[in-house]
Design a protein around this ligand. Structure first.
Ligand SMILES: [Zn+2]
Ligand SMILES: [Zn+2]
Length: 284
């Protein structure tokens, strides 16, 4: 049985995010390590980090995940933005280490006016620069599969494989598969045959041994639309059958699967995070 997790706000503290996830019945939590919309980040105080670690221990939570800020573009052709992105990503890795978080998930970025080949290589070079500057950092970077909209990289398994292949630090890289993103990017997995074909494809391109985590989101927009809008589990274009295949797949039985579905309550004031977890557990 996989570990089910949920993205939680750190507005009330890093520890509060852990307790909230645990209280809803989740096994683990995904957080931002700071303000996800601003370049500047205030340092994490040692007592804050300790409270977070204590909360993880008290609740017996499985490995947490940090999501990097959306501002970062390690593929940027703009030297100034690239420099800021590299500095901020290095900071994300340092913050993960302070919090004792073993994995950091990131979006590979956008090529903008550059060719995709040049941009993919730039992501790998950025990683290498950052990893070389932090030789003792043990947090693994998970490249997330994306919706592949416009010049955004990571909409195909081959693009993610190209980044890994071009890096000198392959051992520090893994992958997070987002169900909504792959679906709108053009990978259908709504039947057993299509599901098997998608993961065969992933295995050929990247290798299943690099698949370290999942984001479980249904898709509001159509298959192949390249439009990234997350929907509640079973309420979107992907549907419950596909999620049943995934959560019962023995290959992923020890993997964390984090929800990033909308937070707004139902009309009856019920928590969607609770309902989505219930929907997933009913499939097991
Ligand atoms: Zn995601
Ligand atoms: Zn998304």
């Amino acid at each position: 049985m996989p570990y089910f997790g949920v993205h939680q706000s750190i507005a009330a503290g890093f520890d509060a995010a852990v307790y909230d996830a645990a209280n809803m019945g989740y096994d683990c939590v995904q957080i931002f390590s700071g303000n996800s919309n601003r370049w500047a980040n205030k340092p994490i105080a040692a007592p804050e980090a300790q409270k977070f670690k204590d909360a993880l221990e008290k609740t017996g939570q499985f490995t947490p995940l940090i999501h990097d800020t959306y501002l970062i573009n390690l593929a940027s052709p703009d030297p100034e933005l690239l420099e800021k992105s590299i500095a901020r990503f290095a900071d994300e890795l340092k913050r993960a280490q302070i919090l004792g978080v073993p994995q950091l998930v990131m979006h590979p970025g956008a090529a903008k006016d550059d060719s995709r080949e040049v941009a993919l290589d730039r992501v790998a070079k950025s990683f290498d620069q950052i990893f070389a500057s932090l030789p003792d950092n043990t947090t693994k970077v998970l490249i997330e599969t994306t919706a592949g909209q416009g010049s955004y990289l990571g909409g195909t398994f081959e693009e993610i494989a190209a980044i890994i292949a071009a890096s000198d630090h392959k051992d520090r890289l893994g992958v997070c598969l987002d169900t909504c993103h792959v679906f709108v990017a053009g990978y259908d997995f709504r039947t057993k045959d299509l599901y098997d074909a998608m993961f065969d494809n992933f295995d050929r391109a990247i290798g299943l041994d690099r698949l370290d985590a999942f984001h479980l989101n249904d898709a509001m927009k159509a298959f192949g639309s390249h439009v990234d809008r997350h929907e509640h589990i079973g309420k979107g274009e992907i549907g419950l059958d596909a999620f049943a295949l995934l959560v019962n797949d023995p290959r992923f039985a020890d993997k964390p699967m984090y929800l990033e579905t909308p937070k707004k309550e139902t009309e009856d004031g019920e928590s969607w995070d609770v309902l989505n977890l219930k929907a997933l557990k009913a499939l097991l």
